[in-house]
Design a protein around this ligand. Sequence first.
Ligand SMILES: Nc1nc2c(c(=O)[nH]1)N=C([C@H](O)[C@H](O)COP(=O)(O)OP(=O)(O)OP(=O)(O)O)CN2
Ligand SMILES: [Zn+2]
Length: 130
Amino acid sequence: MYELAIRTRFAAAHCLLNYDGPCAQLHGHTWQVEVVFKGHKLDQKGMLVDFKELKSGVKEVIEELDHQNLNMLEPFKQNSGNNPTAENLARYIFRRLKTKFTDSLENAKIAVVRVGESPEASAAYCEEED
Ligand SMILES: Nc1nc2c(c(=O)[nH]1)N=C([C@H](O)[C@H](O)COP(=O)(O)OP(=O)(O)OP(=O)(O)O)CN2
Ligand SMILES: [Zn+2]
């Protein structure tokens, strides 16, 4: 089994609803994102998938979050029931990327997305194997 990881970051503001503490106020993070892909079979170039292809797909999704107030975005609006926590962001990014890469990746699939608010605190999302 091979594993590839793409790491990136974005800047965005958020506040946590139903939260007792300073994070209930609007504040910002440089969110750190790691996307892990897994697969068994290398192509003729000796690659699972070209990093270039993975980076470009990840970039498209992350750009939509960059320099936004996450609470104003559809998936995290107040009536969505999804606070923009690291956990919910990890799940959102995972599902967007799973859809995006479904048809284009032959030998690999998305395995886990990890989102950190800082180097010390992060959350990861993955799904049961099919
Ligand atoms: N499980 C989670 N817990 C918390 C999340 C989260 O997404 N998932 N988010 C927050 C807040 O966003 C907050 O901004 C982060 O708080 P904290 O870890 O306390 O970070 P600080 O930099 O403010 O804290 P220090 O005390 O200086 O380390 C809270 N919890
Ligand atoms: Zn925060």
